[in-house]
Design a protein around this ligand. Structure first.
Ligand code: UD1
Ligand code: CA
Length: 428
């Protein structure tokens, strides 16, 4: 069974009050639309994934590297979007999976089940339905004797229909011939647009096999407003944190912690309150991340101790047993096993050898206003407090730097470098 996916993203997002298109808003570090794209990419039988968008958004999609962009013009509803797609494209797949750009699917089992039932029962139309405590705003599934008869949009529902709690998630699996029927959808009088949901009635009129699946694996919600987007964000954070807990990660207060969707955190890591873990972070077994630390695109080795108030910036690799204390910033640096930077320091573009101690207030001066330069500090060094290490510079193994030094020249191994004004005393 060859499937093509279509993601509808051409709506004007009038309810979403932001100048940034809603599908590009990030949820736990991933663009809203990318949740569906990355899920669909996992299927071998899904040969292509088309994004339907509007003329204004086309450039954004192209600049961000998205492929298979199809333009809907005019914007005339979800049914109009599919009908326009059908008339502009060669329809050759056996099935078409319709997803919505503003409605992310998080769990692969959801789509697995939809495909399985469609295949087994040779359905032409399979709608993914879902029961909601508060169905307000969604299209309702009209089911009689377990048969789907129609989908009615909120605006078109009568009082009885408004009480129905089984809603349309917006996700459909359509046979090729059912997709072609989209051309027969008529303009809805109330909404003044073509509704894809009307395909149910048209399919039944044509004696096609129409059914629905009830979603059992997650709550699928659309993000029409900023509030709904926030709701999705909360839902996703809860599931990321639950999944980490199930693998042995512990939290002091998970409600105050932000964790990106792609964080890889080993068991026996303990995360205190108010920690932010942005994209591409790996934390190995036994490490402790103390409060108010902010980590981004970095690797933290085993049994490290980070924070409180530490900032670990992109390109940083901390090997095992490293200690980073309060008000310390590390950028694009490799700190070997046992390094300690305990207080008030900036380490950037640096390599620091095993067991070296960086004293309080040490700054690697890596930038001359135009270019960035590297600092190399060897194994077992001791850098005295309040030193400025002016890059490019190398401090060899077992070297000492006296407190308050400004180091501008390489320091040989087993030596003590002092570069500061001598203390004088004046009688007063
Ligand atoms: C839609 C469904 C509703 C369902 C809900 C689930 C229809 C008519 N309604 O309502 O039954 O319960 O999703 O979240 O399908 N879009 C286009 N072109 C258009 C209009 C919309 O591509 O002309 C896109 C939008 O960008 C969006 C998606 O289709 O990603 C859904 O459109 P939206 O206006 O948000 O529909 P809902 O009112 O949420
Ligand atoms: Ca929507």
């Amino acid at each position: 069974m060859k499937i093509s996916a279509i993601i509808l993203s051409a709506g004007n997002s009038t309810r979403y009050l932001s100048s940034k298109p809603k599908v590009f808003h990030e949820l736990s570090g991933q663009k809203l639309i990318d949740f569906n794209i990355s899920l669909l990419n996992k299927y071998k039988e899904i040969k292509s994934c088309h994004i339907i968008t509007n003329t204004a958004l086309k450039e954004n999609f192209i600049n961000l590297g998205y492929k298979n962009i199809s333009i809907q013009s005019p914007i005339n509803g979800t049914g109009g979007a599919i009908a326009q797609f059908v008339s502009k494209n060669n329809i050759k797949a056996d099935y078409y999976l319709i997803c919505l750009g503003d409605t992310p699917i998080f769990n692969k089992k959801t789509i697995d089940a939809l495909i399985k039932k469609t295949k087994n029962q040779k359905l032409d139309i399979n709608v993914l339905g879902q029961n909601l405590d508060n169905p307000f705003g969604y299209g309702r599934l009209i089911i009689e004797n377990k048969n789907l008869k129609a989908i009615v949009e909120e605006k078109n529902c009568n009082i009885e229909q408004k009480k129905i709690s089984t809603i349309n998630t917006g996700i459909f699996l359509l046979s090729k011939r059912a997709l072609l029927l989209s051309k027969k959808i008529k303009k809805d009088v109330q909404k003044k647009e073509y509704l894809l949901t009307d395909l149910i009635k048209i399919g039944l009129e044509h004696k096609y096999k129409v059914s629905y699946s009830l979603n059992a694996y997650e709550k699928i919600m659309g993000a029409n407003t900023i509030e709904e987007m926030q709701h999705l964000q909360n839902q996703l954070q809860t599931s990321i944190i639950q999944s980490l807990m199930s693998k042995g990660v512990q939290f002091e207060n998970p409600l105050t912690t932000f964790i990106s969707h792609d964080a890889v955190i080993d068991k026996d890591v303990y995360i205190e309150s108010n920690v932010v873990i942005k994209n591409h972070v790996k934390i190995k077994q036994g490490s402790l991340i103390k409060s108010f630390s902010y980590l981004e695109d970095c690797i933290i080795g085993k049994d490290c101790n980070i924070g409180p108030f530490a900032r670990i910036r992109p390109g940083t690799l901390l090997e095992d047993d490293v200690k980073i204390g309060n008000f310390v910033e590390i950028k694009k640096s490799n700190l070997k096993k046992g390094v300690k930077v305990n207080h008030l320091s900036y380490v950037g573009d640096s390599k620091i050898g095993v067991n070296t101690n960086i004293g309080a207030g040490t700054i690697t001066c890596n930038y001359d206003g135009k270019k960035k330069f590297k600092t190399t500090i060897g194994d077992n060094c001791f850098i005295g407090s309040n030193s400025s290490i002016v890059a490019p510079v190398t401090i060899a193994n077992k070297a000492y730097v006296g407190a308050g030094s400004v180091i501008t020249k390489n320091v040989p191994s087993n030596s003590l470098a002092i570069a500061r004004v001598k203390q004088k005393h004046f009688k007063i």
